[in-house]
Design a protein around this ligand. Sequence first.
Ligand code: A3P
Length: 320
Amino acid sequence: YVNQTNIPLVKDWSNRSIMVPVNFANNFDEILNFKRREDDTWVVTVMKSGTTWTQELAWLILNNYDFETASTKVLMQRSPYLEFSINKNRKPSTIEIANNLPSPRLLKSHMPASALPSDIWEKKAKIIYVTRNVKDVVVSNYRFQSGLGLFTGSIDEFVEYFMNGSLLNLPFWDHVLEFWQMRNDPKIFFTSYERLKKDIRSVILELCKFLEKPKPSEEILEKMVEHLDFENMKSLCNFFVCLVIILLFIFLDSHAGKLQQQRIDKLKDENNNSSSDFQFMRRGIVGSYKDELSTDLAKKLDQWTEFHLRKAGVTSEELF
Ligand code: A3P
C-alpha cells in the first residue's frame, strides 16, 4: 500500500477492476450486498472532494439542525464510511455501525457508481455526489496520503498514479462522469466543492428540497453557514481527527505493515500542532494547486481534463 502498487483489485458489477485496501477486498461482497433502507441518503465522492463538509451539511438537514450533537459526536459515528472497515476480525465493522444506526441514515462511500451496493440501484437510494476540480483533488490527496505515510513517492509520481487510475477508488473521470451522466435523475444531487464555496446558502436550500425537508428559517440558515465554516469545522475536526486517523491505521494495518505506537503518537502531535504538514482540514480553498503544483504538472492535468471532458461533451464550468 505504501507505494500503492500492491493494492488488491476487486471487480465491480460490470466486471471492471477497482483498487481497494486489502480489508475491503477480502470482504467486498458485504459492500455489494449491503441492504439499504428506504430513507437512506448517500454522500458519494472521490476522496478529498469535500465529503466531510457535505456530510455535515446533509446530516444537519436530516437531523433537524441538531448543532449540539453535530459538535459533540464524531461524524464517522453519525454518518459511517461504509467500506472503511469490513474486516471480519474487527468489531464493530462500519457495516455493523451502519446497520445499527437509526433512520434516516446518511452513509458515505468513495466507491464508483458501479461498485456501490446493488440495492442502491435496484431500489434507487438518494445520492448526493460532490466533485471538485482535479488539480485541487490531486494536491489534497497527495498531502493527505503522503502525510499519513500511505504514499511515499514524489508529487510527480503521485500525478502519474492518479492519471493512470492506480490509486484508491479511481479512475477519477469514470467516477465523476458516471454520476454527471445521471445528474438529472431525481434521486441524484450533483454538486461541487466550488459551488459550496461560492454559494453554500443556495446549496443548503436546494438540498432541503432534494431531501424533502422544509426550508430552514433565516436564523437557522445563518447558524448553518457559521457551523459549516472552514475554521469552525477545523476546530471541531482537530478534536476528532486523531481518533479517525488512529482508526485508519488500525484498519489498514493488515497491509500497511506493523502499526507503530510511535507513528500514532507522532500523528497525534502533528494534529495538535497547527504548523504541521499533515492536517485533515488543511486549507479549505479553491485553487490551492496554484502554489502547490508545478506549472508542468498543472498543465499535464489540464490537458488530461480537457481530453476527458471533450470526450464526454461537458465543460469544466458545468462540472465545477
Ligand atoms: P484541502 O486539502 O484542499 O484543504 P474530504 O472530506 O472529501 O476528504 O475533503 C477534504 C478537503 O475538504 C480538504 O481540502 C479540506 O480542507 C476541505 N474541507 C473540509 N471541510 C471544509 C469546509 N468546511 N470548508 C471548506 N473546505 C473544507
